[in-house]
Each structure stands twice: as C-alpha cells, then as structure tokens.
Ligand binder design. Structure first.
Ligand SMILES: Cc1ncc(COP(=O)(O)O)c(C=O)c1O
Length: 365
C-alpha cells in the first residue's frame, strides 16, 4: 500500500475492520482534574492491598503463577463457584476478547445490545463473525425479547451488559433468569456484570444461582470497578461449566495476569466491608447527582451503576459541553463515541468532584 509516496506495511484485513477503543483523555493532566470519564473508583486502593501488591513485586524475577491458583481459590471461596469453573483475565476485557477468539469465526454471529460496552464490536470485527446489534428500549434498557428473536442457528455468543455501560440502566434478576432459560444450551451467554455491585435491584450474588442451571452461562466480573483496582488489570468469569475457562485459556498467552495483580486481588477480596462502603458512597453520589441534574432540567437514565447517562438539552452542543467541562477541570465522556450523539456519561466521583461537575455543567449550559 502507498502512503504519502512511500510503501507502508501491509496489515491483515482484521486491522482495517477492528474499531479503535474510544479511550478517555486526561492521564497526563494535573491531579486536581476530576476524572469522571472512565467509570473508575474515586477512592485510592486500601493500604493492605497496596502492601500485598508490593510484597509480590519482590519476586518479579519469577513469572507469575500461570494457573492463578491462589486467586481462583479465593474467588471460589467468596463466590461459591468451583475453581475449575473460574477464568481469570488481564482485566475482564481480556476475557471478552478471548471469548471472541474462542467462539467466533466467519459465518458465526454474536448478539448484543447497542449502545453498550465499546469493546463488544471488537469481537466480531476481529474474528470476521457478524455482529447483530439490538436497540435498547425506550428507557435505555436491554430489550431481551428482541434479543431472543435474533438468536439463529449461526449464533455462538450473546452478551448482556447488566448494568449496561454506557446507559447505567439494569434489568432485574427475574428478566435475566427468564432470558437465560431461552438461550439454547450450545450458545454461550455472557452476562457482563462489571457494575453489578452498584445495583439496588437485586443482591449481586443472586445471579450465581443461575450457573448450576445453565452450563452455557458466564458471569463476567472485574476488580476494576467496585474493588478499585483498574490500574492493575484483573477480571474474572464465573462459569456454568469448565468448558469456557478452558477455551479462553487456550487462546491466550500463559502469563496474562501479573503477580502484583494476583496478590492485590486476593487481598481485596478479604475486604468486603470496603466494597460495601464504596457502594454506599456511590449511591449517595447517585442521589445527589440525580437531584442536581434535575435542578438543571435534565432527566438522567435510571442508574444502577457508578455513573450516570443523560441526553443534553436539545439546544446544546455535545462537543462544546464536553470542552466547557474540561476547561473547568471536569472530564466526562461524550455520547457520540459511545453510541449516541447528544448524550453524556459521567462517573460518580468524590463528593467534591460531584459538586464541581454539577456547578460546571450549570455554567456551561
Ligand atoms: C461493561 C464493562 N465490561 C467490562 C469492562 C472492562 O473492565 P476491565 O477490563 O477493566 O475489567 C468495562 C470497563 O469499563 C465495562 O464497562
């Protein structure tokens, strides 16, 4: 291929198909910027978690345990799923991408809602499979009836994001259970529960009961959100059978989860009280931000996550609003990059950051 008069490297067809992940800005900005663009936890990691990761650093002349045995044992103990039915990943994205590689190929189909998590389109693009996207309902929630209609003989994978990123909405357990019962046994069903701890609809452990009924079910979870460890990259999948962990391990390099990450995750699991406190703070933030938005005449979607999603007033310009907020030290995500123009996704921050966001939005509008 000729490019600016010179011959450039010829890449595979997949490279032309794979969309670039819409990364957030702000990683090199000063500390006083309110980073509300990536659904991270505003709280620093616990001292004990940092200490556990530091201790692991002393042994990094050795490769990390490729079987993630200690972490799987700890996850098994916490979630009541046998270690052999647990997959660990370099973030839950790693497991998603591996699932795409293990399940999809040209001629196969993957069904998911849209707008939903920006990584899902990558799976079909990378494998040559067909992506079947199903519009959310009027309340920005998954339309599971419409999704069930899209399952065909070609379907290999169905993904339900609950709560959904970027719209923050969730469906109750009963709807997920009824949908799982409709998905044929040979089709993998991933319920991406990255934000499930923040949902007030059900106890986040309720879906675990479905695993014994549905060998094709995968509950995808992460240490990045409520556990506050996204900088270390650890995710996990709780599965209805041993087939899924085996397949995703087969397609990945052996040492995908580093030693500091494994140690930190094991320690973080011991501090469920801190998890509960983070959830409580997120829910306080939800109430305050909902009230602040409502005072500005904005009605956000019904959030069950650690972020909100709302349409801007019709007379405002999304890019201008995002720019105006950034000029006031508040970074948020524009809806265009996430699947809907004219919307914003804003992560709940510390109480001070939330006030700063609401004040800045009031000024910009
Ligand atoms: C719905 C959803 N799933 C998965 C992830 C991936 O998280 P990680 O790879 O950090 O575990 C995210 C991150 O934003 C997400 O929003």
């Amino acid at each position: 291929m000729r490019h600016n008069g010179r011959v450039s490297i010829e890449f595979s067809d997949r490279i032309r198909r794979i969309p670039s992940y819409p990364v957030a800005d702000g990683y090199s900005l000063p500390d006083d910027v309110a980073m509300l663009a990536s659904n991270e936890s505003p709280d620093p990691p616990l001292r004990q978690v940092v200490e556990a990761a530091s201790r692991a650093l002393a042994g990094v002349n050795r490769y990390p345990d490729p079987s993630n045995a200690t972490l799987k044992r700890a996850l098994s103990h916490r979630y009541g799923v046998p270690a052999s039915r647990i997959a660990v990943g370099n973030g839950s994205c790693d497991i998603l991408l591996a699932a795409g590689e293990a399940l999809l190929e040209p001629g196969a189909e993957v069904v998911y809602a849209w707008p939903s998590f920006s990584v899902y389109p990558h799976l079909a693009a990378a494998s040559g499979a067909r992506a079947i996207t199903v519009a959310l309902d009027d309340e920005d929630r998954h339309d599971l009836a419409a999704m069930a209609e899209e399952i065909t003989v070609a379907t290999r994978l169905v993904i339900v994001c609950n709560p959904n990123n970027p719209t923050s909405t969730a469906l109750p357990f009963a709807a997920i259970a009824a949908f799982a019962a409709r998905v044929p046994r040979h089709v993998a069903l991933i319920v991406d529960e990255a934000y499930c701890e923040f949902s007030l609809l059900d106890d986040p452990d309720t879906t675990l009961d479905l695993l014994d009924r549905h060998p094709n079910l995968v509950l995808l979870r992460t240490f990045s959100k409520v556990y506050g460890l996204c900088g270390l990259r650890v995710g996990f999948a709780l599965c209805g059978s041993e087939d899924f962990p085996r397949a995703v391990d087969q397609v990945r390099q052996p040492f995908f989860c580093n030693a500091a990450a494994q140690a930190a995750a094991v320690e973080a699991l011991k501090h469920q009280d801190a998890v509960a406190e983070r959830v409580e703070r997120a829910i306080v933030a939800r109430v305050e931000i909902d009230a602040g938005l409502s005072a500005l005449g904005i009605e956000p979607a019904e959030s069950q996550a650690n972020f909100c999603w709302f349409d801007l007033p019709a007379d405002s310009d999304e890019a201008e609003v995002v720019k105006g907020l950034a000029e006031r030290g508040v970074l948020v995500r524009a809806g265009t990059a996430l699947g809907r123009a004219g919307a914003l996704r804003v992560t709940y921050g510390t109480p001070a950051q939330n006030v700063r966001f609401l004040d800045a939005l009031g000024e910009v509008l």
